[in-house]
Design a binder for this molecule. Structure first.
Ligand SMILES: Cc1cc2nc3c(=O)[nH]c(=O)nc-3n(C[C@H](O)[C@H](O)[C@H](O)COP(=O)(O)O)c2cc1C
Length: 448
């Protein structure tokens, strides 16, 4: 009988991941100019900041530091680059892949993840890149497979427009299939390194793949030997039925933004059930929900910090970043429009972030403001103990598996979480006290 999703209550342990971007803005438009962001001007484009963050998160025993990535500066709002550039709405964004290797050099356990889109490259290149990264990181690489979501990215790669979502996901299935065949084109024991008899590799253990698909073909074999995880761990963050299918079939972890606990629980069950449908063990794919923690030494201080942070977020910046993510010009709507009643196809995808706690619709102004604050991640505000309470309550109502955290200032907010909330979670038996595995996939599978 298939293993279905059981909502386990009680002392199941959390997974924690740090959500980052290789740029001045992660998920808060206030972060780069927040008074507590104590960066030298150019530090966001230098490796030391990210190396430090990763070391802090490794000290906190996180599963991974993960870099989201976009390949465009958005003109989706008012057809102009100006709002994106002025407010740094995830623009500029430098390539995170070279950074992973620099972080790998100064860490030993933490997983190292980044987004890489399937829409503008050939699978052979991706398979080679990610197998190489898996070697260089000692089995700690994680690839967030995305299909890209904005017309500017398509145009940057010379395409006339964004392809329909269903076509992009069909390509994604085939793309991963080719990559997996290429990663499997070397047996584990293919490299013999027999110096005496001058045999480097056993040719009978390395194969062509001769892949001929609808979208891609590749002859193989890969010219990279089998990597520690046999390719990277795979991440996915799609929320449509096709996105969920891609995650269910392949992903080792899923990143999700579901501010309302009821919806998070429904999403969690749906993904876990779909994983079972594909014949996989639901425990082999960790679902991590985005949260923006705001920590104070008292409730009052935490609320002040929330107020200070949120008041630094310009509404127009929120409109611009949300327009980019939706690939829709929100200046066409009134800020007072109720988002749940909009019928435009582009606006349907993110309905999960349009609702208040009580299920009522937010206005565009409210949604855009929150998007500028956190790209829709709920803010958990309080002392280390009450933030831990909120994490526990969400986790226990949803059933698992953990959280992906985004800071309001940097690197201080990350340090506070690791130094104050992680020990609290450990005291409660909700978080590991040592790494028990060595690879990224181990961390996603073993919360202990
Ligand atoms: C938490 C989260 C992180 C994401 N990170 C990226 C990213 O780094 N780059 C990107 O192009 N899309 C990113 N996406 C977008 C998704 O990969 C996906 O394209 C989008 O949700 C639309 O797919 P859907 O229609 O299946 O929901 C992210 C989405 C979520 C929820």
């Amino acid at each position: 009988m298939r293993k279905r999703c059981r909502v386990k209550k009680g002392k199941k342990k959390f997974h924690l991941a740090q959500f980052l971007v290789h740029g001045p803005t992660y998920h808060s438009l206030a972060m780069w100019r927040h008074p507590r962001t104590d960066w030298p001007e150019d530090s966001w484009r230098r490796p030391e900041l990210y190396q430090h963050i990763a070391q802090v998160c490794e000290r906190g025993l996180f599963d991974t530091v993960f870099f989201a990535d976009l390949n465009y500066i958005s003109d989706s709002y008012k057809g102009s680059l100006e709002p994106a550039l002025r407010y740094a709405t995830q623009a500029p964004e430098h390539d995170p892949i070279p950074l992973l290797t620099m972080i790998a050099a100064v860490t030993s356990h933490i997983g190292l993840g980044a987004t890489f889109s399937i829409s503008y490259q050939h699978p052979f290149y991706a398979a080679r890149l990610w197998a190489t990264l898996d070697h260089l990181t000692g089995g700690r690489a994680a690839w967030n497979v995305v299909t890209s979501l904005n017309h500017n990215q398509a145009a940057n790669y010379g395409q006339a427009g964004l392809e329909p979502s269903e076509l992009r996901y069909e390509k994604a299935h085939e793309f991963i299939e080719v990559c997996q065949q290429l990663w499997n084109s070397w047996d584990e024991d293919a490299v013999v390194m027999d110096r005496q008899n001058a045999i480097f590799a056993d040719a009978s253990k390395v194969r062509r793949i001769e892949y001929e698909g609808r979208f891609y073909s590749s002859r193989g074999p890969l010219n990279v030997v089998r990597s520690p995880q046999n390719g990277p761990a795979l991440l996915q963050a799609g929320t449509s039925p096709r996105g969920i299918d891609l995650a269910a079939k392949y992903a080792d972890a899923v990143f999700a933004i579901n501010p309302r606990v009821e919806e998070a629980a429904a999403y969690y069950s749906a993904v876990k059930d779909r994983i079972s449908d594909f014949g996989r063990d639901p425990d082999h794919c960790a679902i991590l929900f985005g949260v923006q923690p705001i920590i104070g030494s008292s409730e009052a201080e935490a609320l002040e910090k929330q107020e200070e942070h949120n008041s630094l977020v310009p509404l127009e910046g929120g409109m611009a970043i949300l327009s980019g993510h939706l690939n829709f010009d929100l200046s066409k709507l009134s800020p007072d429009d109720e988002m749940m009643s909009r019928t435009e196809p582009e606006l349907q995808r993110s309905r999960r972030v349009y609702q208040k706690e009580n299920g009522e619709s937010m206005t565009l102004r409210e949604v855009a403001q929150r998007h500028g604050e956190s790209v829709g991640l709920p803010q958990f505000v309080g002392t280390p103990a009450t933030v831990a309470d909120q994490l526990e309550a969400f986790f226990d109502q949803v059933g698992g598996d953990g959280f992906m955290l985004s800071p309001i200032y940097c690197p201080g907010a990350i340090e506070e979480f690791v130094d104050l909330v992680v020990p609290e979670l450990q005291r409660r038996g909700r978080f590991r006290t040592a790494y028990t595995g060595t690879t990224q996939r181990d961390h996603f599978r073993q919360a202990d």
